[in-house]
Design a protein around this ligand. Structure first.
Ligand code: NAD
Ligand code: GLY
Length: 361
């Protein structure tokens, strides 16, 4: 078992990474009060809910479960309300603890429910997808989608602990594993050049589901993310580099309908576009574009944007992105492998070229 800490003063919390983490040893110290509500979904519940409830059963808690419908298309206020219904029907008080058991959709929704319920109750993240282990469960971004924009309703709200039990990844479909690998590759590109090289050398092990390789990916990604979050919890500056490829990717997700392209798939195509634009601006060599493409393809990820999206579709949807709301469009671009910047200083014509190229190769 590996543990690390997200250093945020009084809001600091541990991330445990390993196997056998569904146990009182890791859960009990982070539970506040006597009422515990597990928020999960209809896919994850049959796989892991019983094991979690058994681990909690000796603690003398009042246990409640809310099982939500599965999918990004349900990440909305209407579904969120089902959590509040469950908590209120069970008469849960302000001293309760919520546990998010699932991927990023469940983590984001349960975290947002915890931020809102009775103006804030404690919660624990138990991420069950690679993407949620390496990204969404860490850093306190919680929320839901709005028909006009992804993740537009939400709050910064940190968990008490993150329990990333990599053994649950064995049941994850390979397409979902790949979506998580997109975010793993992101860390290499934005802040960890030697990890990028490690990934180039070990991508076959990762994609084959090798537990040690996956655990290494989770540890390294969480270390990278924890550093960035500790520096800039509320995304006033450097944290925005974690969104490499996301402005393009969110446009793809919104245009294609939530859930049709997985978040990680959209981020993969979006990162390709960000690296392409960085290269057109003369910041990175052409071979990094090819290395990124090869790595994404080896991870069975898309590198080409949807053929039915025009440059104007992209520009319109990208303008809704949170980073653009306070003015012009800002993008995360690379200055080198392992070094990202957030900038509004890019050539609009080069962006047009990148958008046009993105649907070709
Ligand atoms: P997801 O939560 O939809 O999970 C993917 C699928 O895998 C779902 O069908 C789920 O039920 C299933 N699943 C989960 N664990 C499983 C397991 N162990 N075995 C079998 N099936 C399993 O998707 P995701 O990729 O985990 O997360 C994507 C979401 O995360 C998006 O909504 C995105 O916006 C959000 N996100 C948030 C942050 C953040 O900082 N808060 C960062 C990145 C992404
Ligand atoms: N996934 C981006 C962030 O947490 O800031």
């Amino acid at each position: 078992m590996h543990s690390l800490k997200v250093e945020l003063g009084e809001r600091s919390y541990p991330i445990y990474i390993g196997e056998g983490l569904f146990s009182p040893e890791y859960l009990t110290p982070h539970i506040h009060g006597r009422q515990v509500c597990v928020v999960t979904n209809e896919t994850v519940a049959p796989l892991y809910l019983q094991t979690l409830l058994e681990a909690l059963s000796g603690g003398g808690y009042t246990l409640e479960t809310v099982v939500l419908p599965d999918g990004e298309k349900h990440k909305n206020l209407e579904t969120l309300n089902l959590v509040f219904d469950g908590l209120l029907q069970a008469r849960f008080n302000r001293q309760c603890t919520l546990i998010a058991l699932g991927g990023g959709v469940i983590g984001d929704m349960a975290g947002f429910a915890a931020a809102c319920y009775q103006r804030g109750v404690k919660f624990i993240q138990i991420p069950t997808t690679l993407l949620s282990m390496v990204d969404s469960s860490v850093g306190g971004k919680t929320g839901v989608n709005h028909p006009l924009g992804k993740n537009m309703i939400g709050a910064f709200y940190q968990p008490q602990a993150v329990l990333a039990d990599v053994s649950v990844l064995k049941s994850l479909p390979v397409r979902e594993l790949a979506a998580g690998v997109a975010e793993v590759i992101k860390y290499g590109l934005i802040c960890d050049a030697s990890f990028f090289v490690w990934l180039e050398e070990n991508i076959a092990r990762v994609m084959a589901g090798d537990t040690d390789a996956l655990a290494y990916c989770v540890v390294r990604s969480c270390e990278d993310k924890a550093k960035v979050v500790a520096e800039d919890e509320r995304e006033g500056g450097v944290r925005a580099i974690l969104n490499l490829g996301h402005t393009f990717g969110h446009a793809i997700e919104t245009a294609q309908g939530y859930g049709n392209w997985l978040h990680g798939e959209a981020v993969a195509a979006g990162m390709m576009m960000a690296v392409d634009l960085s290269q057109r601006m003369g910041n990175v060599p052409a071979d990094l574009v090819e290395r990124t493409r090869s790595l994404l393809l080896a991870a069975r990820l898309p590198t080409i944007a949807p053929a039915d999206m025009s440059n104007d579709d992209f520009l319109t949807l990208m303008a809704v992105d949170k980073k653009a709301m306070d003015g012009g469009l800002r993008l995360v671009l690379l200055e080198a492998l392992g070094k990202a910047v957030v900038t509004a200083d890019f050539d609009a014509q080069l962006l047009e070229q990148t958008l046009t190229q993105s649907r070709i190769a």
